[in-house]
Design a protein around this ligand. Structure first.
Ligand code: G3H
Ligand code: 13P
Ligand code: ZN
Length: 309
């Protein structure tokens, strides 16, 4: 199948009340594991590259590999730019064949975020590409902030409503307490479902995106540590919270750290257990199998996207 944009994927997810995983990839191994899992589980899927991944592998190569695999698949695949920071980042990806782009101008003042997002929406829509924007600041677990400062970081639902109307964006990432990386909470895991519900009331049937949504499976942490990794304090978003989020308007759930973690755990295990092996397909293969297991669990048991394609 040809790559699809976000429109149909999100419409179906909202109707069916399930979430679609948006998984980061940087090479053939990560991409193929995600896509194989999606095809086997009959799940729609979003695959995405950061600007860092594009620097690492090259934009045209990433698009070509993704298109080549997707052309042999029966489930819808959307290719997204993750955290584009400038109009030029987005234009480069749109021109190269991405079908959805994120313009992350959440660090800019509100009016500037609106202006930049609007300019990307205009260009993207003229090429049939859908756009995600972000409002609010994702929590940083190391940040020492007061309660008022913390409140200012969460997305303001009324502002989210105005932002969507002003920009014409197709989906919106909001800040409700998730954060990027392998350490998400200092104490108990807590998400602001009240904010999500308020946004849902103001923007019914509008696709919401959760960044920083890895669960950091403790069996993968234990496996990686058994083979030498040091991942003290790692924790993620509990699966039941993600299930709840997907029962609301959250239809794109961003996951990178869980794949990095499982791939690394598999490679560490394989290299340690087979010190004589220098065939990288063998140890990469072990990492790929673990990515597939992690992705399958999310599609089947967390996001509910299996058998929806
Ligand atoms: O949100 C960030 C993603 O996990 C991508 O990370 O910029 O290191 O590729 P990266
Ligand atoms: P994690 O670090 O929780 O996997 O988040 C990934 C993400 O939000 C990519 O945009
Ligand atoms: Zn993110």
């Amino acid at each position: 199948m040809e790559l699809v944009n976000g429109k149909v994927i999100f419409e179906n997810a909202l109707k069916g009340k399930y979430g679609v995983g948006a998984f980061n990839f940087v090479n053939i191994e990560t991409l193929k594991s995600i896509l194989d899992s999606a095809e086997e589980n009959k799940s729609p899927v979003i695959v995405q590259c950061s600007t860092g991944a594009i620097k690492y592998a090259g934009v045209d190569a990433l698009v070509a590999i993704c298109k080549a695999y997707a052309s042999k698949m029966t489930v819808p695949v959307c290719l997204n730019l993750d955290h584009g920071k400038t109009f030029e980042d987005c234009k480069m990806c749109i021109d190269a064949g991405f079908t959805n782009v994120m313009i992350d101008a959440s660090h800019l003042p509100y009016e500037e975020n609106i202006a930049l997002t609007k300019s990307v929406v205009e260009y993207a829509h003229s090429k049939g590409v859908t756009v995600e924007a972000e409002l609010g600041v994702l929590a940083g677990v190391e940040d020492e902030v007061s309660a008022t400062e913390e409140d200012a970081k969460y997305t303001n639902p009324q502002q989210a409503y105005e932002f969507v109307k002003a920009t014409g964006v197709d989906s919106l990432a909001i800040a409700i307490g998730t954060s990027h990386g392998t350490v998400k909470f200092k104490g108990e895991a807590k998400l602001r479902f009240d904010i999500l519900e308020e946004v849902e009331k103001l923007l019914p049937n509008f696709p919401i995106v959760l960044h920083g949504a890895s669960s950091i499976p403790q069996d993968m942490v234990a496996l990686a540590e058994q083979y030498g990794a040091k991942l003290k304090g790692s924790n993620g978003i509990p699966e039941h919270m993600l299930r709840e989020a997907c029962s609301h308007n959250v239809c794109k759930v961003n996951v990178d750290s869980d794949l990095r973690l499982s791939f690394t755990a598999g490679i560490r295990k394989s290299l340690t257990e087979n010190p004589e092996n220098v065939d990288l397909r063998k140890y990469n293969g072990v990492g790929m199998e673990l990515i597939k297991t992690v992705v399958k669990n999310k599609m089947d048991n967390v996001f509910g996207s299996s058998n929806r394609a």
